[in-house]
Design a protein around this ligand. Structure first.
Ligand SMILES: [Fe+2]
Ligand SMILES: [Fe+2]
Length: 303
């Protein structure tokens, strides 16, 4: 039945182990996640204030007992009891009196923070940053610019989440590019450019096994261009994912406006003029227009 998902026999999207606890992602949609968590007897567990205050996190005790301690009281929570947090000011902690099973529902994605593979990939992004001084901050800025466009488009929470991770990892494949090529100030030879071009495919391979299936395809396509002049496949127009088109614009804008060791970044007005010159050829003109509007709204560009 369309729209129905059954999970039988211990079906899990992904399971991560942290010390003695297991976290299994059971379902995700529209930015919410349902996670099944086990905790061993005697262990403490914490709930921290969420990055976004509005986030609601709900915990239902399926099995076991724990104790909530604060300065003046001890409260025991048992099977079928629950607790939830929103606008939490400081971390709260509980200790498990027995082995426990908890169902955790959150209105903001949390599982990626527990994912060892994502943590590992983030450290690869940091290594790329060391090799190529501009890349990591570059990824942050590409994220910021991409979100300016995404907000104007009112993308769904799921797509925003994919976009968030795709921007962080879009250049992770650059780890395979030798430093001399990455930081070469002069013109690249054809062979060198071929090596650079491999990074979108290499990035795709590195992230394709994550449970966020879409992000690998976004990364693969972030250098594709509307007229087919991009790489690695030269795909065109509607064959390019919307998120990849967004990152393509944000990426180019940042590449043009940031300072590099061998040259100063362009003024945003000049960079925007260049995007507009290639609008409808390389870049989706509607997205370029939205980006221009967002930059004007934020005072980065003048009217
Ligand atoms: Fe790239
Ligand atoms: Fe990039």
């Amino acid at each position: 039945m369309t729209g129905l998902k059954l999970g039988k026999g211990g079906d899990r999207i992904e399971t991560e182990k942290h010390g003695d606890s297991d976290f299994s992602l059971l379902a995700r949609g529209d930015g919410s996640e349902v996670i099944f968590q086990t905790i061993k007897q005697g262990k403490m567990f914490y709930v921290h204030p969420a990055e976004e205050a509005e986030t609601m996190e709900f915990f239902y005790i399926l099995e076991g007992e724990c104790i909530y301690k604060n300065d003046d009281e001890n409260i025991t929570l048992k099977q079928s009891d629950y607790f939830y947090v929103q606008h939490l000011q400081e971390s709260v902690f509980f200790s498990a009196l027995t082995d426990m099973k908890i169902l955790w529902y959150t209105t903001q994605p949390a599982f990626h923070l527990l994912s060892h593979r994502i943590v590992k990939l983030t450290s690869v992004v940091k290594q790329v940053e060391e090799k190529d001084n501009y890349t990591y901050q570059h990824s942050c800025r590409v994220q910021e610019y991409s979100f300016k466009i995404a907000r104007m488009l009112k993308l769904s929470k799921d797509r925003l989440e994919d976009l968030y991770l795709a921007t962080v990892f879009h250049d992770v494949g650059k780890i395979n590019i030798p430093e001399e090529i990455l930081n070469k100030s002069g013109r690249l030879t054809e062979e060198e450019f071929d090596i650079i071009k491999r990074h979108s495919y290499d990035g795709y391979v590195m992230v394709k096994d994550l449970y966020y299936t879409n992000i690998s395809h976004i990364i693969l396509q972030h250098h594709e261009r509307l007229d087919g002049s991009g790489y690695p496949y030269g795909i065109k127009e509607d064959d390019i994912m919307l998120e990849a088109k967004i990152i393509g614009i944000a990426d180019t804008f940042d590449a043009m406006t940031s300072d590099r060791p061998y040259r100063k970044g362009l003024d945003p007005t000049i960079a925007m003029a260049e995007l507009k010159r290639l609008s409808g050829i390389h870049y989706d003109s509607h997205l370029v227009d939205l980006f221009e509007k967002a930059l004007i709204l934020d005072g980065i560009l003048k009217k």
